[in-house]
Design a protein around this ligand. Structure first.
Ligand code: GLN
Length: 200
């Protein structure tokens, strides 16, 4: 763990929109680091897993020897925030994933990949998330997953109208089906930085 006063927040930079997350975090005053190797895990106080393609993030993280150490770090309490593919990577159980696909896990949820089908590849909507303040959250969904089932320890922060969850938190882990890093919505990253500070 970094010893300085300002926490270092890593962004998993194997694939996907990691640059956008680095920019949001830097804008909030965090020290940031792109993470590609297992040795870098000891130099961060929290980790963001970006949106992208979870099957690719899975394959690359295993090929780079990062998957097992990251799984251990999550189990030891490393704060991690996953958006979209990142949420998929944090899920303990997947629906509509190739049989060979693995996740880092940690979130006691069942996540359905590409839950909105090809007819609705992407869409945007607004939510009230009281936890984040009075102003509603504008959410961008792109080939988005959805949380179909969650265990008792999981706190649901937002649901779509059919009742399925799209923002969840469990202890050190935060996940959203959508991409706050794409539309100047920094309150999830602020919430995550509070989780990182609390852990330290
Ligand atoms: N559908 C992608 C996956 O399964 C996630 C899409 C995204 O991250 N925007 O990994």
């Amino acid at each position: 763990m970094a010893g300085n006063t300002t926490p270092v927040v890593g962004v998993l930079a194997l694939q996907g929109d990691f640059r956008e997350h680095l920019a949001v975090l830097a804008g909030l005053g965090a020290r940031t680091r792109a993470v590609r190797r297992s040795t870098e895990l000891s130099e961060i106080d929290g980790l963001v897993i970006p949106g992208g393609e979870s099957t690719v993030i899975d394959k690359l993280s295993r090929a780079f020897g990062l998957a097992a150490p990251l799984r251990d770090a999550i189990a030891s309490g490393l704060p991690v925030y996953g958006t979209c593919a990142g949420l998929i990577m944090l899920a303990d159980r997947l629906i509509d994933a190739p049989a060979s696909q693995q996740t880092f896990g940690g979130l006691d949820v069942t996540v359905r990949r590409n839950a909105f089908g090809t007819q609705t590849d992407s869409f945007e909507t607004d939510f009230a998330i009281p936890e984040l303040g009075a102003e509603s959250v504008h959410a961008v969904f792109i080939r988005a997953p959805v949380v179909e089932q969650s265990g008792d320890a999981v706190e649901v922060l937002a649901r779509i109208p059919d009742g399925r969850a799209v923002a969840v938190r469990q202890r050190n882990l935060l996940g959203t089906s959508f991409h706050p890093e794409m539309n100047d919505e920094s309150r999830f990253h602020e919430l995550f930085l509070r989780m990182v500070a609390a852990r330290r």
